[in-house]
Write a protein that binds this ligand. Structure first.
Ligand SMILES: [Cu+2]
Length: 155
């Protein structure tokens, strides 16, 4: 079992308890802790439009290396829903004002009407387990806040 550090110590209190429920070995990706209601939506949109989105909304770490067969457990420790959606190339999400001018990644385009996107949604306090990744490099992003990105190398 491997625990990957998160930005705030507070999150460490929650994550280890979660990990015990997961068959070892597992790698953990945490969605950074955001104090509920600390970010106003108007600010979120304005910052994204200006090209410097809120860095507190993040996947930690930005890059993960796992052995083939290791489950990846993604824990939402923030106060908002996110998605953990695999994309061929990083791009924008399905809310254009949050895309900073980037074109929407095709995998995100349908939004939650597309079951393939909906099944990658992680609600506050929930987790998603990703298994069966093939050897090589995989890219995941949040289709809502597309600056939230992580690269997963499977060896
Ligand atoms: Cu998000």
């Amino acid at each position: 079992m491997r625990f990957l550090t998160t930005r705030l110590l507070l999150t460490l209190l929650i994550a280890p308890l979660t990990l015990w429920l997961v068959p070892a070995p597992a790698a953990l990706v945490a969605l950074a802790f955001v104090t509920p209601f600390a970010t106003k939506f108007a600010d979120l949109f304005a910052e994204a439009a200006a090209g410097h989105p809120d860095p507190g909304w993040d996947f930690e770490p930005d890059k993960v290396t796992i052995s083939r067969g290791t489950p990846l457990v993604v824990v939402n420790q923030g106060g908002e829903p996110h998605t953990f959606t695999e994309v061929a190339r990083f791009g924008g999400g399905f809310i254009p004002p949050l895309n900073g001018g980037q074109a929407t990644a095709p995998e995100c385009a349908g939004g939650f009407k597309d079951v393939a996107v909906a099944r990658t949604r992680i609600l506050q306090g929930s987790q998603l387990q990703v298994t069966g990744l093939s050897t090589g490099e995989h890219r995941f992003e949040c289709c809502i806040h597309p600056w939230m990105r992580v690269t997963v190398d499977v060896e």
